[in-house]
Design a protein around this ligand. Structure first.
Ligand code: DGL
Length: 268
């Protein structure tokens, strides 16, 4: 029997993770929960993010998931342990798989991580990368989420903003020389959409690691490739705010139109 996998995010961004999951496990059934009423998580506190994330995880558990993927980097960074403690199903976050992949491909053992303010302040990526023997420089890029949601993924303004955020990060603060990092980790659900633009901005020798891809690979490792074989499984989406907006924006993140969206209120 195909497994039912729950995917949770603060909004539409986690659909980039769902997209990767469906690439590798097309036969699984998916329940996607986007907490759009409380978006963005990236500027919120641990307490608030944990409260919303736990309520969303409970909702998905009550709807029969067998595994929960926390697609939101901010929720993973701030509340993964709390979410794990709150549900009975296995929970996979996006940070450890991304950090592991970075360590596998890095020669210099130095990475740059870009993410939301909250993720960077938590230093969750730095800790995860340390466990794999890596040093990390973290950089918050808070303007990227609204720019992506505006659809400006190939816009001169976004390119300029990227240069402002990124050019200096690959230099040593002390002497301005290259800092030796050879990997850039995309530590936010929205950033995979900026990958072609970032490829032009980031130094050529730097490889880009997408946490969405690494997380999907991790889920395959746990469930086994066989579990997701067969014809395309069902996808059902839940959102805590406007269905119309979810449909309009979500399609861009998933790479295909989305039907089957239900409005839910987890605060009841
Ligand atoms: N999903 C969030 C993340 O990956 C980005 C959007 C938000 O701030 O809620 O960190």
């Amino acid at each position: 029997m195909a497994p039912t996998i729950g995917v949770f995010d603060s909004g539409f961004g986690g659909l980039t993770v769902l997209r990767e999951l469906r690439n590798v496990l097309p036969g699984a059934n998916y329940l996607y929960f986007g907490d759009t009423a409380h978006l963005p998580y990236g500027a919120k506190s641990v307490r608030t993010v944990a409260k919303y994330a736990i309520a969303s995880a409970h909702f998905l558990e009550q709807h029969g998931i067998e595994m929960l993927v926390v697609a939101c980097n901010t929720a993973t960074a701030l509340a993964l342990d709390d979410i794990r403690a709150a549900v009975r199903v296995p929970v996979v976050g996006v940070i450890e798989p991304g950090a592991q992949r970075a360590a596998e491909i890095s020669q210099t053992k130095k990475a740059v991580v870009i993410a939301t303010d909250a993720t960077v302040s938590s230093h969750a990526y730095q800790r995860a990368l340390h466990q794999f023997g890596m040093e990390a420089t973290e950089k918050a890029c808070p303007l990227f989420v609204p720019l992506v949601e505006e659809g400006w993924v190939e816009h001169p303004v976004t390119e300029q903003v990227s240069h402002i955020y990124i050019d200096q990060v690959f230099q040593d603060a002390a002497d301005g020389k290259p800092n030796g990092a050879d990997v850039l980790v995309l530590g936010c659900t929205h950033y995979p959409l900026l990958r072609p633009l970032l490829r032009r901005v980031v130094p050529e020798h730097v490889e880009i690691v997408d946490s969405a891809e690494s997380t999907a690979a991790k889920v395959v490792e746990i469930l086994g490739k066989e579990s997701g074989r067969g014809s395309t499984g069902n996808l059902r989406c839940y959102a805590t705010d406007s269905i119309e907006k979810f449909q309009r924006l979500g399609g861009k993140f998933l790479g295909q139109p989305i039907e089957n969206i239900e409005l839910v209120d987890i605060e009841k």
